[in-house]
Design a protein around this ligand. Structure first.
Ligand code: IDP
Ligand code: MG
Length: 177
C-alpha cells in the first residue's frame, strides 16, 4: 500500500535588513552581505538611504517608550557616524529567523562571537549599542518595514499587493537619457 507523505508547506517570507551607520562608516557593508550569503536567501531589493528622523521614528515606533529611544533615533539617522544606511530585502523560507540567527543578540557583547553583531558590534563607553545591523523580527513586521522603506518598483517583483494611483507630480530623469 502506498504511503502518503505529508510535507509541511514552507512559506517564502521577506526580511528587511539595514546595515546601520556605524557599519557603513567602518566599511563593513561587503563583509556583512558576505556573511548573510551563508543563509542562502535571495536579495530582492537594495539601496542606500539617507535616514530622516520621520522615517527612523516610524520604523522604531514600537520602542517609543524606551529610555534609549532618542539615542536610537540619533544613531540610526547617523548623528554619530554617517547619514546613510544600506537597506536590503532578503527573501526565502524562514528569512527573518535565518537573518536574525546570523545577526546574533541585540546586545553585541552577548552576541555569539561568530555572529555579525558578535564580530563587528560594540558598546560605547557611554553605554550605547552599536550593533551594525537591523533585521525584521517576523514576516509580519518585515512586511510593515519593507513597505515603509521601499516603493513597489524598487523591488525585483511586487511581493505585496499593489494599487495604481494617478499622480500629477513631476519626475526627474537623467538629462538626455
Ligand atoms: P533588535 O534590533 O535585535 O530587534 P530591538 O529590541 O528591536 O532589537 O531594539 C532595536 C534597536 O534598539 C537595537 O538593535 C539597538 O540598536 C537598540 N537597543 C535595543 N535595546 C537596547 C539597550 O538596552 N540599550 C541600547 N540600545 C538598545
Ligand atoms: Mg527589533
Amino acid at each position: 500500500m502506498e504511503q502518503e507523505v505529508h510535507k509541511e508547506t514552507m512559506k517564502k517570507e521577506q526580511c528587511l535588513v539595514l546595515i546601520k551607520p556605524d557599519a557603513v562608516l567602518k566599511g563593513l557593508t561587503g563583509d556583512i552581505i558576505s556573511d548573510l550569503a551563508a543563509t542562502g536567501l535571495g536579495i530582492v531589493g537594495a539601496k542606500v538611504v539617507e535616514v530622516t528622523r520621520e522615517l527612523a521614528e516610524e520604523h522604531y515606533q514600537h520602542l517609543r517608550e524606551e529610555k534609549f529611544f532618542s539615542e536610537l533615533i540619533d544613531y540610526i539617522t547617523g548623528e554619530f557616524h554617517t547619514r546613510t544606511v544600506v537597506a536590503l530585502v532578503y527573501e526565502g523560507e524562514y528569512a527573518c529567523k535565518k537573518i536574525r540567527d546570523a545577526a546574533g543578540s541585540t546586545n553585541p557583547e552577548e552576541a555569539h562571537p561568530g555572529s555579525i553583531r558578535g564580530k563587528y558590534g560594540r558598546i560605547t563607553s557611554k553605554g550605547r549599542f552599536e550593533n551594525v545591523i537591523h533585521a525584521s523580527e517576523s514576516a509580519k513586521e518585515g512586511e510593515r518595514e519593507i513597505k515603509l522603506w521601499f516603493r513597489p518598483g524598487e523591488l525585483v517583483s511586487a511581493i505585496f499587493e499593489t494599487e495604481t494611483r494617478s499622480m500629477t507630480t513631476k519626475e526627474t530623469f537623467w538629462k538626455g537619457g
